[in-house]
Design a protein around this ligand. Structure first.
Ligand code: BG6
Length: 477
């Protein structure tokens, strides 16, 4: 772990969409909460030919658009931290200016939020400018490749300039408060761990449903699809956090060692264990929206939905399916993890219908934890107790009044500045993720699997429902 706190944060792609929507607002919020070192200098770079003043104006506009008004305190102080250097990363000139402004690379945190095709020239430019020394660390945004081979090529290129303990691969789900709470729930409570295994858990569901369509990312998305865009990274990270063994510490090595074991234990998906879909026009939240093919302007085989039945082949999870599904233009925006427990081994309540316990962990938009328990329905019965499943609900925002919802990047940027890799993805994890995903794509190609259509605003193709129902399982909706 790099212990030194960075004095300069260098943002490549500083005028881009991610920077405006997430990075600048997150940094401003951290600055307003006095979580950044007062001396931290933020250098934005891109090819837009801005002056410092123009970059600050762009940042101000971004904060006004994307940061809630109550979090914009101290905006002037934040804007004063910013400067801008123009740099075309395919030529050496701009890097000399960067080196000058970044104090020669001492205590430097670099964030690449540019197209992956620019990673290699950027890294070469940083090397030539002397900005990759011991005092420098680098953070990379997804997509880190489109398969194992291209991901390795990126990882190799970065590794030529930075050792692994100075490489910070982003999966923004790891910065989400509720995802971190999953670790707290599992390992700060005695309650769950003894029953967190195949003796007591029947199956797990992970849903990441979105209502948005292609937005402005038509070309990128059509070359990726739901499996590579969402499953390879966010969903597998969620699965790893649910399934991992207790780490001995909450630190970068211990946590990532446990996650990678899970990722390597994923069984290759078999025939009939995956369903893909592509949306057609329909209504989402009462609005008529066009189909994927209409948004794209042509036919395509890219999946906008995927459902999988996964298995983790180890002692703890033997015989426990993990049902995963994600898609665009689904019925509602919801990310949740459902842990379905088994039924009691014997019921003493003759005639009563027993419902097995279920733990639902809401990641977004609702931050709820709900445990369903059997309870007696009040009343005096003649023929034995009447029972019903009732939820024990914790709404996290209500439990912690006075805290505000943070952007996932706030946590991640702060960790980058402080050099803590716990919430970043290690190379072996990314590669294990790709290996599993590549095998799925190879199966699809071999079977000539084409996505089934589904109406926008639905829960995906009916085959996804059948995937679970064959096992007597219903998706939690
Ligand atoms: C990104 C994907 O990684 O995650 C997008 O590329 C997706 O397609 C997004 O919309 C979802 O993130 P969140 O935080 O809105 O769930």
């Amino acid at each position: 772990m790099t212990a030194q706190t960075a004095k300069t944060l260098l943002l490549f792609g500083a005028t881009g969409d991610l920077s405006q929507r997430m990075l600048l607002p997150s940094l401003a919020a951290l600055s307003a909460d006095q979580l950044l070192d007062p001396d931290l200098h933020i250098v934005g770079t891109a090819r837009t030919g801005l002056s410092d003043a123009e970059f600050r104006n762009l940042a101000r506009a971004a904060l006004e658009k994307y940061l809630p008004a109550e979090r914009r305190g101290g905006m002037a102080d934040f804007l004063n931290r910013l400067s801008y250097v123009d740099c075309d990363v395919t030529t050496p000139e701009g890097f000399d200016d960067l080196a000058r402004v970044c104090g020669g690379g001492e205590d430097l945190a670099i964030f690449l939020s540019t197209a992956p095709s620019l990673f290699e020239p950027t890294i070469q430019g940083l090397v030539d400018a002397g900005l990759t020394g011991h005092g420098a660390r680098i953070s990379l945004e997804k997509p880190l490749g489109t398969d194992l081979a291209s991901s390795r090529a990126i990882n190799d290129a970065v590794a030529r300039a930075f050792p692994e303990d100075r490489i910070f691969r982003i999966d923004h789900y790891l910065g989400k408060e509720t995802v971190q709470n999953l670790i707290a729930l599992r390992f700060a409570n005695l309650l769950f761990e003894p029953i967190w295994n195949s003796n007591y858990i029947e199956h797990v569901q992970i849903t990441v449903a979105e209502t948005v369509g292609l937005e402005s990312r038509v070309d990128f998305y059509d070359g990726a699809g739901a499996l590579r865009d969402m499953v390879q990274n966010h969903m597998l990270q969620l699965l790893a956090l649910v399934a991992m063994e207790p780490p001995s510490h909450f630190d970068a090595s211990a946590v990532r060692d446990e996650k990678v074991k899970v990722l390597r234990a994923l069984r290759p998906i078999g025939a009939g264990e995956s369903v893909t879909g592509q949306y057609r026009s329909g209504a989402v939240n009462g609005q008529i929206v066009p189909g994927y093919d209409e948004e794209l302007g042509r036919d395509s085989d890219t999946e906008t939905f995927v459902a999988l039945k996964a298995h983790v082949d180890n002692w703890r999870w033997r015989g426990v399916p993990f049902y995963l599904r994600t898609g665009k233009r689904l019925h509602e925006r919801v990310t949740e993890i459902v842990v379905q427990f088994r039924c009691v081994p014997h019921s003493i309540f003759t005639g009563a219908k027993m419902t097995a316990n279920r733990l639902v962990i809401g990641i977004q938009p609702k931050e709820n934890i709900s445990l369903s328990l059997m309870a007696k329905v009040p009343g005096i019965e003649q023929d034995g107790m009447v029972l019903r499943s009732v939820p024990l609900d914790i709404a996290m925002p209500d439990a912690f009044v006075g805290t505000h919802r943070r952007i996932a990047y706030e946590r991640l940027l702060l960790d980058l500045v402080h050099g803590d890799q716990t919430r970043f993805v290690r190379r072996d994890e990314v590669e294990a993720q790709w290996q599993w995903v590549d095998a799925i794509r190879a199966t699809w190609a071999a079977e000539g699997l084409a996505p089934k259509t589904y109406s926008a605003g639905s829960w995906g193709p009916s085959a996804a429902i059948a995937l679970a129902e064959r096992d007597g399982v219903s998706w939690h909706e």
